[in-house]
Design a protein around this ligand. Structure first.
Ligand code: MG
Length: 220
């Protein structure tokens, strides 16, 4: 399988490298998980093999009985210089997409209890379905840009990206202090409130409203 991102216009195909993810980046979601809003970005990683084309079915893994959806704005970056400033960060964004940070909540809860890493709960094969991406352009994304997720046509998650605790330029700047960000790296920027379990047969729509979206079905 090829782990790639399609960027429009022009259908440029870019191989995925590392997938960085932000945890607890919306105060509303931190609240629903019963944790404090963080003072510093909470960062974890998924392997590139977590990527799936959002239009293909979501296959629920056999090792979990509680896989949750988390809609997130996803940023595709170029090679980024180390310690980039938040002011300069926008120059290194290739494109924007929308994705799901699928989470085996039962495995995550167990790991949290024991103080263990989230990798199995967050990084399994297929845990990162994504849309096609749209090239970064001035004014493509604003603080009013909206994330919206429905299941079987019922609204489950909806918020504007202006409600992120750490905005995208601050996230890139922060990551670049620790990691060499390379062309093809993705950043999942966190989910707003309303997360919940997926069931066999669910129809899921995932939208970065008026920019990119995908629709898929959940299978056991
Ligand atoms: Mg998440």
């Amino acid at each position: 399988m090829l782990y790639t991102i399609n960027v429009d216009p022009g259908n440029q195909i870019i191989p995925v490298n590392t997938i960085y993810c932000l945890g607890r980046n919306y105060a509303s979601h931190a609240r629903e998980m019963g944790v404090e809003a963080p003072a510093e970005p909470v960062v974890f990683i998924k392997p590139a093999t977590a990527i799936r084309n959002g239009d293909s079915p979501i296959l629920l893994p056999s090792f979990s009985n509680d896989v949750h959806y988390e809609i997130e704005l996803v940023v595709l970056v170029n090679d980024v210089p180390g310690n980039v400033s938040a002011e300069d960060a926008n120059n290194y964004i290739i494109a924007y997409g929308v994705g799901l940070d699928l989470t085996a909540r039962d495995i995550q809860a167990n790991a949290k209890k024991k103080g263990l890493p989230w990798t199995l709960a967050k990084g399994f094969d297929g845990s990162a379905p994504v849309s096609r991406f749209k090239k970064n352009d001035n004014n493509l994304i604003t603080t009013n840009t909206m994330l919206r997720l429905t299941i079987n046509n019922q609204l489950r998650q909806q918020d504007t990206i202006g409600n992120m605790i750490f905005p995208i330029p601050a996230i890139i700047s922060h990551l670049s202090r620790y990691f060499t960000l390379r062309r093809g790296d993705l950043i999942f920027t966190g989910t707003p409130e309303g997360v919940g379990p997926l069931q066999h047969g669910d129809e899921v729509t995932v939208e970065l409203v008026d920019i990119v979206s995908f629709r898929t079905k959940v299978q056991k």
